[in-house]
Design a protein around this ligand. Structure first.
Ligand SMILES: *[C@@H]1O[C@H](CO)[C@@H](O)[C@H](O)[C@H]1NC(C)=O
Ligand SMILES: *[C@@H]1O[C@H](CO)[C@@H](O)[C@H](O)[C@H]1NC(C)=O
Ligand SMILES: *[C@@H]1O[C@H](CO)[C@@H](O)[C@H](O)[C@H]1NC(C)=O
Ligand SMILES: *[C@@H]1O[C@H](CO)[C@@H](O)[C@H](O)[C@H]1NC(C)=O
Ligand SMILES: *[C@@H]1O[C@H](CO)[C@@H](O)[C@H](O)[C@H]1NC(C)=O
Ligand SMILES: *[C@@H]1O[C@H](CO)[C@@H](O)[C@H](O)[C@H]1NC(C)=O
Ligand SMILES: *[C@@H]1O[C@H](CO)[C@@H](O)[C@H](O)[C@H]1NC(C)=O
Ligand SMILES: *[C@@H]1O[C@H](CO)[C@@H](O)[C@H](O)[C@H]1NC(C)=O
Length: 368
């Protein structure tokens, strides 16, 4: 760089400085001189860490172990004076050094996340996972609705209680929202309508265990066609589930299990469906549903527990579910013969306990 004229010297210096900055940002963050992380964000993170006690016994390790997530206190590696972008669970934007991701799932955090928590001083977050910590039945702050760039929010199994704040529906960029397994949380009609209306990009919506008993499930009718996974088990849903959800062209997973007062009329399935996982255990529906189920050629997992079939017998169409790996028909009050299962060569989980089937297990199902 050559700076020949005085008038350009300032500009030149500036360019040099910017260039230098840019080189710093793209270099590795291991050296203590090349800090990416801004002072404000680093101190927000340290404050957030110190607002909790780290307590293994209060968290639920079962889920973490199940899905292979490591269960350990990630914040232990956070040390003041080091680059926060190198801390466990923290992701930064490579150019600007802003904190854009915080993944502290299964990290033994115990305490609450009040509205004045320094968590809300991380305005650039795109991905936030605080699943399987213990927020001590505190209320989820409406400030969660202010993360304008958030695409991924996971607060599963984190012991939040009370009403889900309606402001969560402002997070219109969300692709994945998981609030499941917070069994003392409730959702009101306005907020659910907000999800349907505003979350136009959403692919995964997991609300299992959140009570929404007073809401007419018809509210869900206009959910985004981006949806791939919808999980609403144990939500106390009652009334009629909107049939058009089954027609969402990208839908692969639908879990409506254990909403015992939810009635379902399954549509006439055709072979264009991409459904891979269907859980309709413990709910009210008629046998007719099963007549077209054989068209779900992509179905890998089917759970039907405690369901009542008005006419007995396992429909032969079940034998067409060539992709099926997992079949659970426990207590389904199904009677008759089970030879229809003979062609399901991929089956590796079969639970038919407490039915009244007759005949032999097809020998093709018995693998050595
Ligand atoms: C920045 O890096 C580029 C190439 O990577 C180099 O040409 C340039 O001189 C560097 N600038 C400074 C200020 O180190
Ligand atoms: C948040 O507010 C409470 C009182 O409402 C106060 O005790 C606490 O110190 C505040 N926390 C922070 C991080 O400002
Ligand atoms: C939320 O995090 C938990 C723990 O890592 C994981 O099991 C679950 O699949 C996540 N949910 C989504 C929708 O990614
Ligand atoms: C959708 O989000 C906007 C803010 O982005 C909010 O003002 C509006 O109330 C939300 N709509 C619903 C139905 O919640
Ligand atoms: C769904 O969208 C249609 C068309 O925009 C509208 O007429 C209908 O009232 C909406 N249904 C619900 C339950 O919001
Ligand atoms: C199901 O409906 C019955 C009758 O309205 C009601 O007494 C019961 O509490 C409901 N059960 C659930 C789990 O919603
Ligand atoms: C199959 O069902 C989808 C809706 O789920 C519908 O759009 C399509 O026209 C149907 N195809 C046939 C051949 O019936
Ligand atoms: C199994 O598949 C064979 C060959 O496709 C077919 O002839 C037979 O009817 C099927 N059996 C059952 C029980 O669906």
């Amino acid at each position: 760089m050559m700076c020949l004229f005085k008038a350009y010297q300032f500009l030149c210096l500036l360019l040099f400085f910017l260039n230098f900055q840019a080189n710093l940002s793209s270099s590795s963050s291991s050296s203590s001189i090349t800090q990416l992380c801004s002072h404000d964000e680093a101190s927000a993170l340290i404050q957030f860490k110190s607002s909790f006690s780290i307590d293994k016994t209060n968290s639920d390790s079962a889920y973490c172990d199940n899905d292979g997530t490591k269960f350990y206190p990630k914040t232990d590696s956070w040390k003041e004076g080091t680059d926060c972008c190198s801390w466990d669970g923290v992701t930064c934007d490579n150019i600007k050094g802003q904190v854009i991701g915080l993944d502290l799932c299964c990290s033994w955090l115990y305490g609450s996340v009040p509205s004045n928590s320094s968590l809300f001083h991380l305005p650039h977050l795109q991905k936030l996972n605080l699943a399987f910590n213990n927020f001590a039945f505190s209320k989820m702050s409406s400030k969660f609705g202010e993360f304008a760039s958030l695409v991924y929010l996971n607060l599963s199994g984190s012991y939040f209680a009370g009403q889900v704040p309606s402001q969560v529906s402002y997070l219109s960029k969300l692709v994945s929202l998981d609030l499941s397994e917070n069994s003392l949380q409730t959702l009101d009609k306005h907020t659910l309508e907000g999800f349907v209306h505003n979350l136009t990009e959403v692919r995964q919506l997991f609300l299992d265990g959140i009570i929404m008993a007073s809401i007419n499930p018809n509210v869900l009718m206009n959910l985004s066609s981006s949806l791939r996974s919808l999980s609403l088990s144990r939500c106390g849903l009652q009334g009629k589930f909107p049939e058009n959800i089954f027609h969402l062209s990208n839908l692969k997973m639908l879990n409506l299990g254990q909403n015992i007062n939810l009635s379902l009329s399954l549509p006439q399935f055709n072979r264009s469906s991409h459904l891979e996982i269907l859980d309709i255990s413990d709910m009210t529906f008629s046998r007719e549903l099963f007549d077209s189920i054989g068209n779900l050629v992509s179905l890998e997992r089917l759970d039907v527990l405690d369901a009542f079939f008005s006419r007995g017998g396992l429909p032969n169409s079940i034998g067409n579910l060539i992709s099926l790996k997992h079949l659970h028909l426990r207590l389904a009050q199904v009677s008759g013969s089970i030879t229809a299962l003979g062609n399901l060569s991929k089956l590796n989980y079969l639970d038919l306990s407490r039915n009244s089937f007759s005949g032999q297990i097809p020998s093709s199902l018995i693998k050595t």
